[in-house]
Design a protein around this ligand. Structure first.
Ligand code: FA5
Length: 353
């Protein structure tokens, strides 16, 4: 064998190593491969042991060529061994934590926006365009802000209008968002334009349209010369924007100690189109937005002079508004842990994301 012949054999072996080594999947396969190439009976191994038979003067040159080829191949094999060792170690670790990479993937359902949140965002956007700010107040409230400052002293029969969850320390879970009226008056003073979306709690019997935990959105506008005309204009605009159509409403006198005059604003039930159903208690109308002109006593509690300033307030039932807007006939799906009831509405909020 001369140098050229040996070089050709070595080139063949190199090509074979290059092609096969990357396809080895385990240390065991690598071991067998190594034996076939560099092992004593392997292709390079046999060539090396046959060196003794070559003429003396050629031996050193051929031996040098073979040794450097063997080193090159061996370092490729060693590198592959390291990689396979790491991969096997990793697989063992995953097996330890019970990870089965052969399991099919789990479909991840993206979360959706709750219908009340979706309608709240819409209401907020409408009022922001009208120059209202968005305020918040505590859900755990004092008797003072929830009742006293709203012209409902302890002896007042109107306390019974809202069944209250009382805490043993005299505090309560707010029964409405109205306590934030006087809080905002104290904080900002007149003139004032704000809304307060938030959660309320009542010790109520639950049915298709009553929950013990629900959302309201308080509205308050105080300025010089505010009248019932401003109130009605804002209410109509709000409903037209939310429903994208003119909504049939009716305004009737309503009694709330914190407004004078007070009104009940009902809208035509969107579930039955006014023909009567369990949601509207077969009346065709849904109480959605009690409202009125802020009582002078409430302005005084907020440190505002009723001789100079007047204002209107409303308490929009946000949960009921969401029901009317999205055709949800039973309020109980709103708070239920069973998400199947809300699944049809899970894409509502995407417009705002
Ligand atoms: C009030 O809570 C007054 N604070 C509203 C108000 C504010 C009047 C400002 C005047 C001026 P009422 O108890 O009617 O009012 O509740 C207001 C709205 O909240 C109702 O029209 C209704 O849409 C909603 N609501 C009341 N109770 C529940 C309930 N248990 N479940 C779901 N929604 C309710």
């Amino acid at each position: 064998m001369n140098m050229d012949e040996l070089q050709k054999i070595i080139d063949d072996i190199r090509a074979e190593v290059r092609e096969q080594i990357a396809q080895l999947g385990s240390l065991e396969e690598l071991k067998q491969f190594e034996a076939r190439i560099t092992g004593k009976k392997g292709r390079l191994g046999e060539l090396l042991s046959s060196i003794g038979k070559v003429a003396k003067e050629q031996r050193a040159a051929l031996g040098g060529l073979l040794n450097s080829a063997k080193q090159e191949v061996q370092s490729g094999i060693d590198e592959m061994r390291e990689r396979l060792q790491q991969a096997e170690h990793h697989a063992e670790q995953q097996a330890d934590v019970g990870l089965d990479l052969t399991l099919p993937g789990r479909v991840l359902r993206p979360g959706g926006v709750h219908p009340v949140t979706a309608v709240q965002w819409e209401v907020e956007a409408i009022f922001e365009r009208l120059g209202f700010t968005i305020e918040a107040g505590p859900e755990l409230e004092s008797d003072h802000y929830n009742f006293e400052a709203l012209n409902i002293p302890a002896w007042h029969p109107a306390r019974d209008m809202q069944d209250t969850f009382w805490l043993t320390n005299g505090y309560l879970l707010r029964t409405h968002t109205s306590p934030v009226q006087v809080r905002s008056m104290e904080k900002f003073g007149p003139p004032l334009r704000c809304i307060v979306p938030g959660r309320c709690f009542r010790y109520e019997t639950i049915d298709a349209s009553h929950e013990n935990t629900f959302f309201q959105c308080e509205g308050l506008m105080i300025d010089r010369g505010i009248s019932v005309a401003n109130l009605i204009a804002v209410m109509k605009l709000l409903l037209r924007e939310v429903f994208h159509r003119d909504v049939r409403i009716r305004l009737r006198p309503g009694y709330f100690p914190f407004v004078e005059p007070g009104f009940e604003l009902d809208m035509n039930c969107a579930i039955c189109n006014g023909s009567g159903c369990p949601t509207c208690k077969r009346s065709g109308w849904v109480e959605i937005m009690p409202c009125g002109m802020v009582h002078p006593n409430v302005l005084r509690h907020g440190g505002i002079d009723p001789a100079e300033w007047t204002g209107f307030a409303f308490g929009l039932g946000l949960t009921r508004l969401a029901m009317m807007k999205y055709g949800i006939s039973d309020i109980r799906v709103m708070n239920s842990g069973d998400l199947r009831g809300l699944q049809p509405y899970e894409r509502l909020g995407s417009f705002a994301l």
